[in-house]
Design a protein around this ligand. Structure first.
Ligand code: DQA
Length: 145
């Protein structure tokens, strides 16, 4: 089973970025958690981060050839990007959407999630542990297909 994990803008700054909101774990630490859980569920993990919307679209378009499932934290693009929604609709690769924070309890604009309705599951507000849960959820979903 192959799982790709895509992280959007500013997540490269985790650890120092607004730690009172996002915590102090770095993206490398999140990646280590994901890889640990990947070993547990028998999934090969590809983990990446980009600050660019078009790169996320390119990566999603490549998924049918490279992955069985996707874990996606598109960060701020989760609230705005119909380009990402359209790419997800085009490839139809099952995905779990993750947000470190509980976006429903933050600014009004963050309540709108433009592709969450397409996700197998949306995990919010659990910090880095949410990524671990996403690996388990996706693996269960892929195994049950
Ligand atoms: C985020 C929430 C988004 O609103 C924000 O723009 C991010 C991170 C999260 O993981 O909580 O950059 O996706």
């Amino acid at each position: 089973m192959r799982i790709t994990v895509l992280n959007g803008p500013n997540l490269n700054l985790l650890g120092t970025r607004e730690p009172e909101i996002y915590g102090t774990a770095t993206l490398a630490e999140v990646e280590a958690l994901v890889r640990e859980e990947g070993v547990r569920v028998g999934a090969a993990i590809r983990f990446s981060q980009t600050n660019h919307e078009g790169t996320l679209v390119d990566e999603i378009q490549r998924l049918p050839a490279t992955a069985d499932g996707l874990i996606l934290n598109a960060a701020a693009y989760s609230h705005t990007s119909f380009a990402i929604r359209d790419a997800l609709l085009a490839v139809k690769v099952p995905f779990v959407e993750v947000h470190l924070t509980d976006v429903s309890r933050r600014e009004e604009a963050r309540r709108r999630l433009v592709f969450a309705d397409l996700a197998v599951e949306v995990i919010t507000g659990k910090g880095p542990e949410g990524y671990r849960e996403a690996v388990r959820t996706l693996a269960r979903h892929l195994g049950a297909r």
